[in-house]
Design a protein around this ligand. Structure first.
Ligand code: DHB
Length: 386
């Protein structure tokens, strides 16, 4: 190479350096936008876009570009999309993951590519153990179930039957509820698991009715609660004096009003209620409502909103450096005030630490809300202490 070419190469390198640094940072958001879990995708997308509308699309001088793709809730598709996003689109962060199997399928991609993977929905405890590049802004089932499992035996519930969707988060919920409820003096008569796909709750609820427990503990994923609630009412379980308890997934804020009066009185524990009384949440509920033509944000929405916050805050902390190792390091220990309350990312597990609230479904001004009346403070995922 002659002198001139060398000089030209040096100039080019000097130009390419800052130009590359100023490139946009692509965030690949993979969600079920179609299929039975599309409500999860819609909520997370709307909240992620709301966060960006409120906070602008530039962090530390770098433009954030959100790339949304629909996996239909099918794990092979999630994995393939993640691979394409990393290799072809050069995304710097993967986010979303509407169900546990979708997060499990993608973890090896994040691990190999050293690309942070922000889980905004899937809630099986072990997900964050599948790669050192995973951080989570949703919750874990053991974390949510802990609250109601402690509350129930102290509040007149001596016997229970558990009913969960038959996949990893359901098994997590069942395990924590049974262990903690029994430790508190409760008796579990039966543990039932219903298929995740096209569940028919009727025969299971009939068995619960025959067992006559004080309460039925339920976990079903977001969006499925309305069907359970309908059957619970139609089968006469409430009339038989069986209380409905569970994690908050079953009384999802998104569809609570559609469930109507059969949901009244259900006591659940969860990390988010649209009724949470704080300035941050009032702003979030109002902003989400305005952006979606009047919808109410649910726990999926708040995790999408906080997922974007975590990405923005990490990139701000690295000064705009989107290197995967630097970003995940920046996420560790991050703390902020979410619409749900104070949260942080556990630096060891990269899982979210948050308050878990005990709530009861009540009617206010003609609408149903999960009204918080007690809480456990700064709960780490109990599922990790195995
Ligand atoms: C999962 C999905 C949900 O919709 C939910 O409410 C909880 C957990 C999951 O697949 O991990």
């Amino acid at each position: 190479m002659n002198k001139h070419l060398l000089a030209a190469a040096a100039v080019f390198a000097a130009l390419a350096g800052p130009a590359a640094a100023a490139d946009s940072v692509k965030v690949g958001l993979i969600l079920p936008m179609t299929g039975p879990f599309a409500s999860t995708g819609r909520a997370i997308e709307a909240a992620a876009r709301l966060y960006m509308a409120e906070h602008g699309d530039t962090v530390a001088g770098r433009k954030i570009e959100l790339k949304l793709e629909d996996d239909g809730g099918v794990a092979d598709k999630t994995k393939r999309i993640a691979q394409e996003m990393v290799v072809r689109d050069q995304v710097k962060v993967l986010a979303g993951f509407g169900l546990t199997p979708l997060a499990f399928a993608t973890a090896p991609i994040a691990e190999q590519a050293k690309v942070p993977m922000v889980v905004t929905a899937a809630a099986t405890s072990s997900i964050t153990e599948k790669s050192a590049y995973i951080a989570r802004t949703s919750f874990t089932l053991p974390q949510a179930a802990l609250g109601i499992a402690e509350w129930a035996p102290k509040n007149g519930i001596k016997s229970a039957v558990t009913l969960v969707s038959d996949y990893a988060p359901g098994v997590d919920a069942e395990k924590t509820f049974v262990q903690v409820f029994q430790k508190g003096g409760g008796t579990v008569a039966e543990s039932l698991r219903v298929p995740l796909a096209n569940p028919d709750f009727a025969p299971f609820l009939q068995r619960v009715k025959d067992a006559k427990p004080d309460a039925l503990f339920i976990f079903v994923p977001s969006g499925v609660g309305a069907a359970v609630m309908k059957q619970f009412q139609e089968r006469g379980l409430a009339d038989a004096g069986i209380k409905l308890i569970g994690t908050g997934d079953v009384v999802d804020d998104d569809i609570l009003n559609k469930m109507g009066d059969p949901a009244l009185g259900a006591v659940t524990s969860h990390h988010y209620s649209a009724a949470h009384d704080s300035p941050e949440n009032r702003k979030f509920v109002a902003g989400y409502g305005k952006a979606t033509g009047g919808n109410r944000p649910n726990f999926m929405a708040v995790a999408g909103y906080d997922g974007m916050h975590l990405i923005y805050a990490a990139l701000a902390k690295t000064g705009g450096d989107a290197d995967g190792d630097k970003l995940i390091a920046a996420m560790k220990g991050m703390a902020w005030t979410s619409p749900r309350g104070p949260v942080s990312i556990d630096p060891e597990t990269r899982d979210i630490v948050q308050d878990v609230y005990i709530r009861r479904v009540e009617k206010k001004d003609g609408e149903l809300w999960n009204v918080e009346f007690d809480k456990l403070v700064a709960v780490r995922d109990p599922g990790k202490a195995k």
